[in-house]
Each structure stands twice: as C-alpha cells, then as structure tokens.
Design a protein around this ligand. Structure first.
Ligand code: NAD
Length: 260
C-alpha cells in the first residue's frame, strides 16, 4: 500500500482521468476526496470506491469559486485531519480559431485550469505545512503544456501556465517537504476527448476518423490513445514519492507524441 491513510483530494474526480486516479489511490490505501462540480457523479464514484472496500468521500466543488474551494478543504480537514496529496485535475476543453474565440470562453478556460489550480493549492498548502509531513501536489497538464495545436489557444496557454505554477510551488514548498509535479498526457479517450472529435471534424472539414488518425494520434509512435490507467500510474508515482528529489518536474505520457 503506497498511500496508506494518506488524505488525497482529487478535483474533477467524477469522470475520466480523475476518477481513475481516485480509484487507484483508494486501492493503495488512500482516503480519497472526490471533488467535482457534478455532485451526483462524485457521490457515485465515492460509492463505487467504498463498495469495493476503499475509503472515499464526495464533495461538491467548483474549482473556480474560492469560497467553495476553501469550504471543501476545511470540510476534509475536519473529517480526516489534514491533506497529504492534491491532484488538481478538473478541466474542460473549448476549441475555436483565435480570431473567433469568444472572450468569455477564454476567461472560462483560464479560470478552470489556472484559477482552479491556484485556489486548490492555496487552500491545501497551509495544511501540508502545519502537519510537518509535507505533501504532494500534482497538476494535470497535457502534451499541450509543451506543444501547441490549432484551435486550442486557451487550453495551450493554460496548460503551459501550470508548469510555471508547479515550479514556483516546488521552490516555495521545498523547506516543508511539499513537492509539485505536472503530468502531461497525450490524448485519452474520456468524455472531454469524445466531445472534441466531432467538433474538430467540423472545424477542420475532415471526417471523425481522420481527426483521430491524422490529428490526435498522428505523431504517436504507434497510433494508440494513452489510457486513464497509464495516467493514474504516473499520478501514483508522484503521490507516493516521498522526497524532494522528484519535484518541479513535468512528465509526458503520450505514446511518444511529444519527446523532451
Ligand atoms: P472529463 O470530462 O472526463 O472529466 C473532467 C471532470 O472535471 C468532470 O467530472 C467535470 O465535472 C469536472 N469539472 C469540470 N469543471 C469543473 C469545475 N469548475 N470544478 C470542479 N470540477 C469540474 O475529462 P478528462 O479527460 O478526464 O480530463 C481531466 C483533466 O485531464 C483535464 O485537466 C484535462 O485538461 C486533462 N487532460 C485530458 C486529456 C485527454 O485526452 N482526455 C489529455 C491531457 C490532459
């Protein structure tokens, strides 16, 4: 058990990558908080984990709302005594050519990905400092933290920004044993990506099959999607790694789409 009784908050854990990370952490003994905008789906995930013998609680949280983030973290600390691991994972995708990108959508993207990462970090760090045990903060970046694609100006900007936040949190957290790292997945077939396939087909004037083969997986070494399990394994590595030797890093998990 790599995370025995560690309190792990995972945002956006009601679906996709976050859900698999929560399940993996619970299997490794973690006490997992399923924090998500979608309270019913969060509760369903928490129930699934507890039914299979794990420890989980669901919390409604809009990561862009400071009061909700602070209240949720306070609730976790009251129930379970602290926070050991934060996975800032909640995210959405909105695609447009830049000249047509509605300013409101740009602001929404930056709010979910960057404000969400900032607010959850700010709320958890004092508890990691106070405990004397430090902690692990994991940001869900993307290959788009390193590379750009057409139509994704807001997403690429936000995901690049997470690397700057991670490096700063690593430096500030060092003396407390608070580590920060970024996971950078390639395309993973979650609801977020399923939604993009028809949208990109329409925007680029190509078939959905071509979006998968010639856009999403074109640069991989084997034409394969990355899986939620692949990403969860890396999230487990970062969460369970107990020294500052591994901090301030970003690890790409993308079937070779992007090579550092
Ligand atoms: P998903 O749509 O399956 O899950 C996202 C979850 O985030 C949902 O449960 C949703 O309710 C929640 N959420 C959305 N807005 C929120 C908010 N304001 N507050 C709290 N929760 C909110 O998506 P996914 O593919 O699992 O994506 C998870 C993360 O992984 C995102 O940050 C995404 O950018 C990143 N990512 C995904 C891929 C991919 O190919 N799927 C690749 C690289 C990075």
């Amino acid at each position: 058990m790599k995370l025995q009784d560690k309190v792990c908050i995972v945002t956006g854990a009601a679906s996709g990558i976050g859900k698999e990370i929560a399940i993996t952490y619970a299997r490794e003994g973690g006490k997992v908080v399923i924090a998500d905008l979608n309270k019913d789906a969060a509760q369903a995930t928490a129930d699934e984990i507890t039914k299979s013998g794990g420890q989980a609680m669901a919390i409604a949280m809009d990561v862009t709302n400071e009061d909700q983030v602070n209240a949720a973290v306070a609730e976790v600390v009251a129930a379970w005594g602290g926070v050991d691991v934060l996975v800032s994972n909640a995210g959405i995708q909105i695609v447009h050519p830049i000249e047509e990108f509605p300013f409101a959508d740009w602001k929404k993207m930056l709010a979910i990905h960057l404000d969400g990462a900032f607010l959850t970090t700010k709320a958890c760090v004092p508890h990691m400092q106070k405990s004397g045990k430090g902690g692990s903060i994991i940001y869900m970046g993307s290959v788009h933290s390193k590379e750009a694609s057409v139509l994704k100006s807001a997403y690429v900007t936000a995901k690049h920004g997470l690397i700057g936040l991670c490096k700063t949190v690593s430096k500030e957290g060092g003396k407390y044993g608070i580590r920060a790292n970024v996971i950078c997945p390639g395309f993973v077939r979650t609801p977020l990506v399923e939604k993009q396939i028809p949208e990109q087909a329409a925007a680029l004037g190509i078939s959905e099959e071509d979006v998968i083969k010639k856009v999403m997986l074109k640069e991989t070494v084997d034409g394969e999607f990355t899986t939620v399990q692949d990403v969860a394994e890396v999230a487990l590595l970062f969460a369970g790694f107990n020294s500052n030797a591994l901090t301030g890093q970003s690890l790409v998990v993308s079937h070779g789409w992007f090579m550092q």
